[in-house]
Design a protein around this ligand. Sequence first.
Ligand code: ATP
Length: 234
Amino acid sequence: MLTIEGVHTYYGNSHVLQGVTFNVPAGKSVALLGRNGVGKTTTIHSISGLTPAKRGEIRFLGKTITGKTPHEIARTGIGLVPQGRRVFPSLTIRENLTMAARSQTQDAPPDWDLDKVYTLFPVLKEREKNMGNQLSGGQQQMLAIGRALMTNPQLILMDEPSEGLAPSVVSQVGDIIHGLKKSGLSILLVEQNFHLACGVADEVLIMSKGQIVWSGSPKELLDNNEIQHQYLGI
Ligand SMILES: Nc1ncnc2c1ncn2[C@@H]1O[C@H](COP(=O)(O)OP(=O)(O)OP(=O)(O)O)[C@@H](O)[C@H]1O
């Protein structure tokens, strides 16, 4: 579904992604792990066009998306749940959601609409007139996920959804990700929370210094103390 091949991305002269290659198969969830600053967010931003790749190719559903604008890439069916949620603080919950609404094709009714997002996250319905900045961290995360779903994506990119959340809320986020997977969405998840990532992923990738240095199943990683220690500091 998503293919990343030999991607190199820079910030000015700083060569951050140094030949990143991996796939996200349709209907699967892939977790991208690694220490701080190795290039995980830059990978997400290269896919979504926010920090375009300088070399290499990114294909989605068989079409090249490298070189397209973030808006064009979103319209191909890639939803982004950004690091830090990026909820609009001075818009209501409802406005945060409806401003993202987009149907997949002009003729077909959208899979995700306000009602369906409210069914998934009833607390957002209860608080729909509240401003974005009046939500707890967990509720803001639900809003960020709901906003991405309103674009009717086929693939969702999630950048550290557990960041700054209490452990009970982190397990709720894990349940939400499981639910999204069940609904047929493909997921690329960047996480610092090793156990959350291993609990929801079909495949785990480890990044170090701008390259993928290990890949395997969550079980293979859980059984491999050396890799955990070397690349994740566990
Ligand atoms: N806007 C920017 N300008 C310059 N350098 C940047 C910028 N954003 C990130 N970097 C640098 O690029 C490298 C990779 O950063 P990136 O945010 O992709 O890492 P990460 O693996 O997501 O880390 P974290 O877990 O801390 O978010 C780091 O050295 C970082 O300092």
